[in-house]
Design a protein around this ligand. Sequence first.
Ligand code: G3P
Ligand code: CA
Length: 338
Amino acid sequence: GSTMCTKIPIPCDAVIAHRGASYQAPESTRPAYLLARDLGADYLELDLQRTKDGKLVAVHDNTLGRNTNVAEIFPERADAPVSSFTLAELERLDAGSWFNAAYPERARDSYAGLKILTLDDVIDIAEGGDNHPGLYIETKVPEQFPGIEEDLREKLIARGWLGDDAGHWKPATGDAVKVADGAGRVMMQTFSKASLEALEKTMPDVPRVLLLWVGEGSIAPAPSQPQGDDESSADYYARQKVASPAAYEQWLDFAKAQGAIGVGPSTIQTDHDGAFSSQFSYMDLAEPWMVGMAHDDGLLVHPYTVDEPADFARYQQRGVDGFFTNRTEQLLEFLGHP
Ligand code: G3P
Ligand code: CA
């Protein structure tokens, strides 16, 4: 009906705090989300998984080895999937000390012993403070978490983030506007076509974005690795440009058919060392013609994961509609937010 569809309640230059302010604090932990919220991010980004006992948690990796002490606490299960742990087991893990070891220049004593968060914890954080950021939630492969979209819907309704007119939007107009902060600001994102379809079925009124990547089953095959020391980064990147307009359009068409309001393309980052970027296995799926094609289709473009002023500027020039960033503070500064 006309009462529920006005304008898309999404900022034009969305600041999406990727796993929280995860440059400054351990990803997906309380201080990372608190910092992102208090700095003024528009959205707290999180990767949704489900524990063995059915609790929704914010964890990126499929396993726990990279950013917890799982090997110490559960030596037999160091490579086991997150979904095989109960919440009580996850809560025994230290999800902060790895950061202090990896980034001594940004380490803080208070990061040691940080806990993995539930979705409820992240919602509590979003609801606290004065800024009231939205949530930008990624669902993972549906084969691994069948029914997680339904679980999420129930949780969001229980927490008052969905229901009545909350979360309604007008699809695919490209006519995004700034709106006041408020409850009910949920965005969904997924790399999975199947999950996008599930989101369309379970939460048709919640805006959703199809993430774009390169690899098997996506827009283009995974690029081969740099060919030794002989290949310059320019040649390597040139060789990667294998996403044809036809392939790109196919994915945009799929996104639109599922009622998505936008796409989230991978990017290639500026390389400060003159060597290949740490994200070299990605490719640039937000090239100027790609952003143009998405906009022509009325789709927003939220590239991931962009952290440097030079990259903000490069992609802003191409007209993107916001950024996933680990560096909330830097992006807000770039955008001239107070
Ligand atoms: O959600 C956008 C971006 O987060 C996708 O990559 O692997 O960081 O979840 P990833
Ligand atoms: Ca993500």
